[in-house]
Design a protein around this ligand. Structure first.
Ligand SMILES: [Mg+2]
Length: 396
């Protein structure tokens, strides 16, 4: 710890080094009897303190090079010399630097990645697993498995669902919509996309029967009309929720869909600021709010959103993947909900972290180690980055 001048308080957890590392991780997904190569990008943030601790932050589902540049070139100078304990102060500082007029997008991803590293450091310094620091509501969280991707055909999809049920999972999620609005000029009418969705959902439901809950996620790819038609056509499929049904996460149109749809409506994983959730709650848009700690401004902002959700009597759950970061939030809070065991995201994390818990019978047990407890493999991360990783040995 740095010595303070006489009369000056020492700065605990003084930050001396910040580095964001953009990665694009290739994985082979085995599902439904086939192996599919795919990839996901992410950003790892390393923050070292003068106390000798290292925090590891993370964000994903974004442009990794842009977010890493925002952290390395804009956030980093504002963090050096500050205390990692001061998460409110630093979150506010980064907000005014990166999203000062309520913009979201890349800036919110950058704030999230830094904030995750700061909470990792705080919990390590206190010798506590992060979920204990956040409130310690439980040591295990229920998970659902995201198995159903657009690159699987009907038979592969149904077989993949059956495999997860055999592994003891009783909650499953599959995608619908399949880039419908983005690809409408191919031409590929939305009416054809949702007919295909109906067929695929029924193929899965027919295969697994009532052995598992089934959820669908349109990734904001439909317009409000086709989201409503799809919800109505699937009314007999006993769906546990319909996630991000429409483009723009439109608060009023979501509220309208929620009044008509036979299944609960979920959204929020892609939102950068808590004010968007305030809009959802005030409009009655959601049954389930899904702030994601690696996207929605880290633990600092997700705690605010979770508090709002509880006051509005809205459930929270993890959407947008990254279970090993979101599990601490949902274990920490009494209001916590399901965590998304997203099969591709889990594969991406496997080479990056050494201490990933494996779900048993649909439950993840939180690590006992202080901080996030994930034990990042910095050598493997440097190899994947194909660039030298500075260890922060120099003084800032
Ligand atoms: Mg989603």
């Amino acid at each position: 710890m740095t010595l303070a001048h006489p009369g000056e308080r020492p700065t605990p957890l003084r930050i001396r080094h910040v580095q964001a590392i953009p990665l694009n991780v290739n994985v082979n997904l085995q599902a439904g009897g086939v192996t599919k190569p795919t990839s996901l990008s992410c950003v790892i943030v390393r923050i070292d303190t003068e106390d000798g601790l290292t925090g590891c932050g993370f964000t994903a589902i974004t442009e990794e090079e842009v977010v890493a540049a925002a952290i390395n070139e804009i956030a980093q100078p504002a963090l050096i010399g500050q205390s990692a304990f001061d998460t409110e102060k630093l979150w506010d500082r980064l907000y005014w630097l990166l999203t000062p007029r309520g913009q979201s997008g890349y800036g919110s991803h950058a704030i999230a990645a830094v904030d995750v590293a700061l909470w990792d450091l705080k919990a390590q310094a206190l010798g506590l697993p992060l979920h204990k620091l956040l409130g310690g509501a439980r040591d295990q969280v229920p998970v659902y498995a995201t198995f159903g991707f657009g690159f699987l055909d009907d038979e592969q999809l149904a077989a993949a669902a059956a495999e997860w049920v055999e592994r003891g999972f009783t909650r499953l999620k599959m995608t619908v919509g399949n880039h419908a609005l983005q690809r409408r000029d191919e031409p590929r009418p939305l009416s054809a996309v949702i007919r295909e969705d109906e067929r695929r959902v029924r193929a899965v439901r027919d295969r697994i029967g009532n052995s598992a809950q089934l959820c669908i996620d349109a990734n904001c790819s439909l317009d409000p009309y086709h989201a409503r038609v799809l919800a109505e056509r699937l009314s007999d499929c006993d769906l546990a929720f319909f996630e991000e049904p429409m483009t723009q996460n439109d608060a009023r149109a979501l509220a309208d869909l929620r009044r008509r749809a036979p299944m609960p409506i979920a959204a929020g994983q892609n939102e950068g600021l808590a004010s968007r959730f305030a809009e959802f709650f005030a409009n009655g848009s959601l049954d389930i709010a899904q702030p994601n700690v690696v996207i929605t401004g880290g633990y600092t902002q997700c705690l605010r959103i979770a508090g709002m959700a509880q006051a509005w009597n809205v459930s929270i759950a993890n959407g947008g993947a990254w279970p090993f970061h979101n599990m601490s939030l949902h274990a920490g809070l009494a209001h916590g909900g399901f965590v998304e065991y997203h099969s591709v995201a889990v594969k991406v994390c496997e080479p990056l972290f050494r201490n990933l818990p494996t779900p048993e019978r649909g439950w993840l047990t939180l690590p006992d180690a202080p901080g996030l407890g994930l034990d990042p493999d910095w050598d493997a991360i440097a190899d994947l980055a194909k660039r030298p990783l500075s260890r922060g040995t120099g003084k800032a």
